[in-house]
Design a protein. Structure first.
Length: 326
């Protein structure tokens, strides 16, 4: 596989957890082409937690990377012109530029987000919208994918975004394997509104995670709201309300995302005909599979299999957007 250079740019005031996410996900593994370097303006970087860290890389690596990731930092800190210039230059040369949490403020200050949709931590969303009116702020999303510019919401949403990048680059199987190693969900639906402070759930209400896990093993079966509510032991109305509170999405939308994820795995790991893939993942027919694939990924199941099938070794430059040319 062609080496894909990832520069993680640690700014003064960097949030340690935000920093750990991309350095862990893009660390060198036999099954991935990523070559990750921790970069900074100065070798020593002070974190928001008060301790310091040492970066091996410099801004020069930011300018030559294939992907640049800016973890969250204290957004009220003024950024040096050298940092803003490096980010703008990376964007101008076609580098994929990514932010986690409040890292969006660095991209916005460098002009990278002008005219694009973006997000950040819900606590700072008003500040981003006020300070950078050229940015189209999305409030209720875990992350925003604008092709070569991607931003995530608060902290742990960086896991969702980085796994999304791996899924774009290398397919669902590799992304799911990394997620299992992190003991993280390969894909979460919903938006960050579910994490904004809300009233505490009524005492005694149990999570519906058991029903979701049960459903994931039966995606090829008819899973109606009635079936799911019966498994959970609650009324359909109660199930719908609690499911939306827990996941930020509806049962139908969640099922559709899970079935598409299963379809991607089957296309990568089997030679099954499209009708069988559609039946096994619960989408019914090959025509329905193609319809949902086109809507969600902007490509066809055939093109996806050709790129990410088990006999292929895709490079990180590939993505659903690139597949449209196939």
């Amino acid at each position: 596989m062609t080496v894909h250079r990832v520069a993680v740019l640690a700014l003064d005031g960097v949030t340690p957890l935000d920093l750990a996410i991309p350095t862990q996900i893009f660390t060198t593994r036999p099954e991935t082409p990523y070559e990750m370097t921790l970069c900074a303006l100065d070798a020593k970087v002070v974190t928001s937690a008060g301790f310091a860290l040492v970066a091996d890389g410099e801004l020069a690596q930011v300018r030559t990377a294939d992907t640049v990731v800016v973890p969250g930092f204290e957004p009220n800190l003024r950024l040096p012109d050298a940092v803003l210039g490096a980010l703008a230059e990376a964007r101008d040369r076609g580098t994929r530029v990514v932010s986690i949490c409040t890292g969006a403020f660095a991209l916005a200050a460098a002009g990278v987000l002008d005219g694009l949709h973006a997000t950040t931590h819900w606590k700072h969303i008003d500040e981003l919208e006020r300070d950078f009116p050229a940015v189209k702020v999305d409030r209720d999303v875990l992350y925003v994918d604008e092709g070569d510019v991607l931003t995530s919401a608060g902290v742990c949403c960086g896991i969702d975004l980085c796994l999304h990048l791996v899924r774009r680059d290398l397919g669902a199987v590799v992304a799911n394997e990394i997620a299992r190693g992190l003991v993280a969900a390969p894909h979460r639906d919903g938006g960050q509104a579910q994490y904004v402070p809300a009233p505490v759930a009524v005492a005694g209400e149990a999570s519906l995670s058991g029903t979701r896990g049960w459903a994931l093993h039966r995606l090829g079966e008819p899973l109606t709201l009635r079936v799911l509510a019966r498994h959970a032991g609650v009324s359909q109305r109660t199930f719908m309300r609690r499911f939306t509170e827990e996941t930020g999405t509806t049962p139908l939308q969640w099922l559709q995302g899970a079935r598409l994820g299963r379809a991607r795995e089957l296309l990568e790991t089997t030679d099954h005909p499209m009708d069988q893939v559609a039946r096994d993942c619960g989408l019914g027919t090959a025509a329905n599979l193609r319809l949902h694939f086109r809507r969600a990924l902007g490509t066809t199941p055939t093109a996806y299999r050709r790129t990410f099938g088990r006999s292929k070794s895709p490079s990180p430059a590939r993505s659903p957007a690139a597949l449209r040319a196939d």
